[in-house]
Design a protein around this ligand. Structure first.
Ligand code: HEM
Length: 459
């Protein structure tokens, strides 16, 4: 009667307040691995003023992904995005408004729109690779990042951003990027130069896009891009249109969600394919087969038929999910039960964390998890179904699963098809390591590839 039967998760042996934070920022996977080995699938750790509880694996992640917003929510833990996106959008508004805003995004990414975005992606990629020489060595990390910002600008931000103010907008987006530091997670408004630049960039982007929106409205111009969807959208609850500031904020949010994630994934795909001759040959053969059956043109339907390339991208995202950690704030105590049958109560006030990176390397789910084996997802094996819905979480899942998954796949497939149809590629640097210090985990350093234009392109 006098003792609570509730069992809280084991606490990782205390680490010095600041020391723990430094260790976590430098090596988050190391900390997760230590906690997992010492404590099992559920454990807590105190970092600065917050308690974090890690949930490792699909058995204990259901509540994280499925629970209603009043029980676990994103808003409190993703506050560091607010100054980047600006006021009035996403994590600066209450849940019902955010859901309405995401509905606009869903409208802007639906298949009929995606079909025309694919045409833009193909045009941008063809123009980009046409500028490569006959042969040479290139830092593909930077090159693909440049290409993705161009395609994302055209399809999401719109023609004006791509054709009339590309340099300016890219620079401002770069300042927004640089203003998102590990320290920003805990203190998003700390008066440091990077935050000041971030705030100025947000203001300037709002000014630039307000001008574009006014021009489109005045001249009755309608384009096929995400910007147009936002311009035409109205809130169901009030019937009002979005303000220019809200439109700009949502564009920035979409770009932040989709740009680096796709860019680093295209690079990891290139690194893996160039290290796996069997898969490279298979992807080339698939291109030849598709060209023979459907002709040289690349469009939504043709890209959808590239099953081998799809498996390669999916496996790349298993090994290198760009979002290494997903988080939620706990509003009411809840219980999780591990695969071994131990139950823990996660207390209100904790931040719960689940890691796609760590979950994707669990031996109990994935056979030989460190090896690159796209076949593991093919019919007959489907290892991502072992353990239930949350074994494969590169795109999250449940209530807040990624809204841009198809867009991301299309973009990467379009780029890779054009690249491999026209060039032979070889990784010159050693296989890149992961840079865990950034929010979107990409490869460390530059990534040199040798390319040679095919004497006879595949198409
Ligand atoms: C959410 C990954 C591309 C828009 C997420 C989440 C993940 C993810 C893991 C869940 C976050 C969480 O649960 O806290 C990826 C990856 C991508 C990609 C790996 C590419 C390879 C895109 C693109 C867009 C996009 C291209 C839009 C143009 C979103 C949005 C959400 C989201 C709006 C929030 C959904 C919600 O909270 O309800 N993404 N993403 N993503 N993603 Fe993506």
């Amino acid at each position: 009667r006098f003792f609570s039967s509730k069992k809280h998760p084991p606490m990782l042996p205390t680490i010095p307040l600041v020391g723990g934070m430094v260790k976590f920022a430098a090596d988050p996977i190391g900390l997760m691995s230590t906690g997992h080995k010492l404590c099992g699938d559920v454990f807590s750790v105190r970092l600065l003023h917050r308690k974090f509880t890690f949930l490792i694996g699909p058995e204990v992640s259901g509540h994280f992904f499925r629970a209603p917003e009043k029980e676990v929510s994103q808003k409190e833990v993703y506050q560091f995005n607010v100054p980047t996106f600006g006021p009035g959008v996403v994590f600066d508004v209450d849940y019902p408004v955010r859901m309405e805003q995401f509905r606009f995004l869903v409208d802007g990414l639906k298949q009929v729109k995606l079909r025309s975005y694919v045409a833009d992606m193909v045009r941008e990629a063809e123009a980009h690779f046409a500028k490569w020489g006959v042969e040479g060595v290139i830092d593909l990390k930077k090159d693909l990042a440049d290409l993705i910002i161009a395609t994302a600008s055209r399809t999401l931000l719109g023609r004006e951003a791509r054709e009339q103010m590309f340099e300016k907008v890219s620079d401002l987006l770069h300042d927004l990027d640089q203003g998102m530091l590990p320290i920003s997670f805990f203190f998003p408004y700390l008066p440091i130069p990077a935050h000041k630049k971030r705030d100025e960039a947000n203001k300037e982007l709002r000014r630039l896009f307000s001008r574009v929106i006014t021009n489109r409205r005045a001249a009755n111009i309608s384009e096929n891009d995400l910007l147009q969807t936002f311009i035409e959208a109205t809130y169901k609850s009030s019937g009002r249109h979005l303000t220019d500031g809200e439109i700009t904020g949502l564009l920035i949010a979409a770009l932040f969600a989709g740009q680096h994630t796709s860019s680093v994934t295209s690079l990891w795909v290139s690194a893996h394919l160039c290290s796996e001759p069997k898969w490279l040959a298979r992807v080339v053969e698939e291109q030849k087969r598709i060209i023979a059956e459907h002709g040289a043109a690349l469009n939504f339907d043709v890209l959808s038929k590239m099953d081998d390339l799809h498996l390669v991208i999916k496996e790349t995202l298993r090994l290198h999910p760009p979002l290494m950690m997903l988080m939620r704030y706990v509003h009411s105590d809840f219980t999780v039960t591990t695969a071994e049958g131990t139950s823990y109560v996660i207390p209100k006030g904790h931040v719960i964390v689940t890691s796609p990176y760590y979950a994707h390397r669990l031996e109990r789910i994935y056979r030989d998890p460190l090896s690159f084996d796209p076949e593991r997802f093919a019919p007959g094996r489907e290892e991502d179904k072992v353990g239930g819905a949350f074994s494969y979480i590169a795109f999250g899942g449940g209530r807040h699963g990624c809204l841009g998954e198809n867009f991301g796949y299309m973009q990467i497939k379009a780029i890779w098809s054009i690249l491999i149809r026209n060039f032979e590629l070889e990784l010159v640097s050693s296989f890149p390591g992961s840079d865990f210090r950034s929010f979107v985990v990409g490869p460390t350093g530059s990534c040199a590839f040798r390319y040679k234009r095919r004497a006879t392109p595949l198409a």
